[in-house]
Design a protein around this ligand. Structure first.
Ligand code: GLN
Length: 188
């Protein structure tokens, strides 16, 4: 099994480190042809406007629309994957892989970045990092499963084989989210 990590921008190394600890081979994905031999893809946190610009230019955006293997998007990654964005003035290209609406930078200045304990629906709790995180402001299909909560808030979803988390699971070194994603890739 080989997991691609979109290596346009953002924290690629931290995801690699977690996957290597889980004995999984990784590949940095920059161009559409890099997707050929990966079994799943992680879209890391970073800046979603930068992802969008570079992906549209390189053909990666269209390649990912066609890509039908599992994708896990974290932070900026969930923004790139969402079907709809709240409060954006200009039309914003997204992949539409997750039937949710998200709002960028939704925690405001006071709480721009923080670490917190999230509850996973499948395996207890883990400490993770929220960094200028988005919020999930709407669930647009009954097929969307809630997989992570921060108190009452929904912070992680699964839609078919795709996963979106509003936070960074990789920074605190916890492997729970990645293990969950790998099970989807394995078809379990
Ligand atoms: N605020 C960023 C955005 O809107 C996401 C931040 C992150 O990925 N840590 O794309």
């Amino acid at each position: 099994m080989r997991i691609g990590i979109l290596a346009i921008q953002g924290d690629v190394e931290e995801h690699e480190e977690i996957l290597h600890r889980l004995m999984v081979e990784t590949k940095r994905v920059k161009l559409p042809e890099d997707l050929k031999d990966v079994d799943g893809l992680i879209i890391p946190g970073g800046e979603s406007t930068t992802f969008r610009k570079i992906m549209l230019r390189s053909g990666m955006f269209d390649a990912l629309l066609q890509f039908d293997k599992p994708i896990m998007g974290t932070c900026a990654g969930i923004i790139v994957m969402a079907k709809a964005l709240a409060n954006e003035e200009e039309p914003y290209h997204t992949l539409g892989k997750l039937a949710i609406e998200v709002e960028r930078n939704a925690y405001g200045r006071q709480r721009e970045s923080f670490e917190a304990q999230v509850e996973y629906s499948f395996d207890g709790a883990a400490k993770v990092a929220f960094i200028r995180a988005p919020k999930i402001t709407g669930i647009l299909s009954d097929d969307v499963e809630i997989i992570a909560r921060l108190g009452d808030e929904i912070v992680g979803v699964r839609d078919g084989k795709n996963v979106g988390l509003t936070f960074h699971p990789e920074i605190t070194g916890d492997t729970t989210a990645h293990e969950y994603f790998l099970n989807i890739v394995k078809g379990e």
